[in-house]
Design a protein around this ligand. Sequence first.
Ligand code: CA
Length: 695
Amino acid sequence: MRLPISLRLTGTLTLFLLWTLTASGQNRAQARIDDRALRAADDDPANWITYGRTYDEQRHSPLTEINEQTVGRLGLAWSLDLGTTRGLEATPLAKDGVLYTTSAWSILYAVDARTGRQIWMYDPKVPKDHSKFACCDVVNRGAALYQGKVYAGTIDGRLIAVDAATGALAWETQTTPRGSAYTITGAPRIAKGRVLIGNGGAEYGVRGYVSAYDAETGQLAWRTYTVPGDPSKPFESEAMKRAAQTWSGEWWKAGGGGTAWDSIVYDPELDLVYIGTGNGSPWYARLRSPGGGDNLYLASILAVRADTGEQVWHFQTTPGDNWDYTAVQPLMLADLAINGRQRRVIMQAPKNGFFYMLDRQTGECISARAVVEVTWATGLDSRCRPIDSAEARELKDATFVKPSPHGAHNWYPMSFNPVTGLVYFSVVDDARLHVVDDAWAYKPSDQNVGRDSTYAGPQLERQRLFPPKGHLVAWDPVGQREAWRADHPVPMSGGTLSTAANLVFQGRADGMFRAYRATDGRVLWEFQADPGILAAPITYTVEGKQYIAVLAGLGGPSVLGNRPLGRGRVGSGRLLAFALGGSATLTLSDRTPPPVPMPTFAVQASRDEITQGRFLFGQFCSRCHGGDVVGSGSVPDLRYATTAIHETFEEIVRGGARRQFGMPSFAEDVTSAQGRMIQAYILERARLAAQPPNQ
Ligand code: CA
């Protein structure tokens, strides 16, 4: 239809005016994310403005356009390829039609929430060498929005603030000693005009702490440590002085650990910040603190004052942690009726296998119950202190312990539906062999877990008797019982989203993305995504239409570490958005690996040297390239390495020749001779794969 020119012009003018109004409206809206908006986030179902949707981090949305009746029509609305095969773990934020997400290597994106068009991207240009200190891939779990800025931590320990409208850097600050073994993977949180950020690195030997920065200027407001430092120097706080009584030996030399790498939650009602803390550096209590002790505040939930970081209470989930049982896992706040009394509670399912409910005013444990089989403890006392199993505590020989260091539940966010009264989260049932290296000594810039990676004894063979299993659980926190579970064909599954329409959304490592009925776990809808999903979905509306968005992307040892937790779908990571009637499609990548070619390159090495190469590979290479040189596809499978790669092996491994691709230099870790042993082992694995021994 041809319109008169004046009408067409009027139309253009109207569109232009609408565009300007919307654009300026957006800017005003972004500026309006202030303390009041954050406190009232539950009243704003169109947007998802903070990591756990609301300050209580229940991840429960009031939106109901997608419901039990309509969910069958849910389809992919759009997808955005983020151009990385590394792990994606972020919860996107949604505000006025724009999604803000982080990606691998701490890159920030703003994306049109209706179309998937990239609006801007900010790359903090992390030195790729720093991936050496990322135990579990160069992941990032998300951003924070406040007063027109987007905040995120970087893998090399910076906190960055960029303009939400343009993506231009506003300020950045180094929150950790530059070049040290710290990393940041967790999402920042906002409390009273400050940005709260923790860090990771306990596998390498660091001391955990949380910092609060002024959101406007980036000035440090306070810092609170999680474990005591050198007792010959003044303690930073009374809490550190008390904690030092529970350590022995020279723990501070390896940092002590206790890193707060994931959950930090603000409670505006009590004006407290809750922090989950990690495992010890090293893992094993007798190496870290030879005289015993609880080693406060490892594997603990801490409550600190929002204005100062001063500690108010602590609850230690795993005293004298001996199994990498971090308690950094998501913390959730709720007000629940328990035995006829309304209580303000905080809930967590940490790695150690129990589900805890505490009074968040006092830190008193109200109740706790195991969600999977637990062999490290025989039970809990009336104050929820575990009764250790003697075998798991002593770890005299190679010992299987449940749960594994991956945890019964890890960082995957959980959600809570106040109508069903159930908490939804992923569970892994797994055992792991612990062999303590009693000759361990702290080595800077190396892994410092204290495990004997050269163990080749008979127990190793028994690992196959404990195949890892995973499921989604709906847990009744008041009754401390499982209401229902959905068994998964792959052990690893991701974060959850709950909606008022009686739905729970969750993705899995094999890429299956499902909607379950919240009351009984019936599968109502599913979509085969690619790659696998571990991140938590969110929901929001644009122009009244409801969307579900989630990141798909698996990487590093979360897929295939020293021992496989099951293969997932690896490939180019994507941001996916679903809506009713969505009809976009995804190309599924081919899952069949090509045959391994017979290597034409050879190095001279004795049987002994190849065995040493195997141990060295396990120590330095397997966490990215896969156990026994079986790669996941996220980073190269070295059995496929070309002759050209083998010819330049030393330049790559020790010279950092492939630094720009994320392969750090290991010059400080392995000698030239050791590099050749690793190479000989890789070549042997390639020859075996190219020509299986029974042929
Ligand atoms: Ca750990």
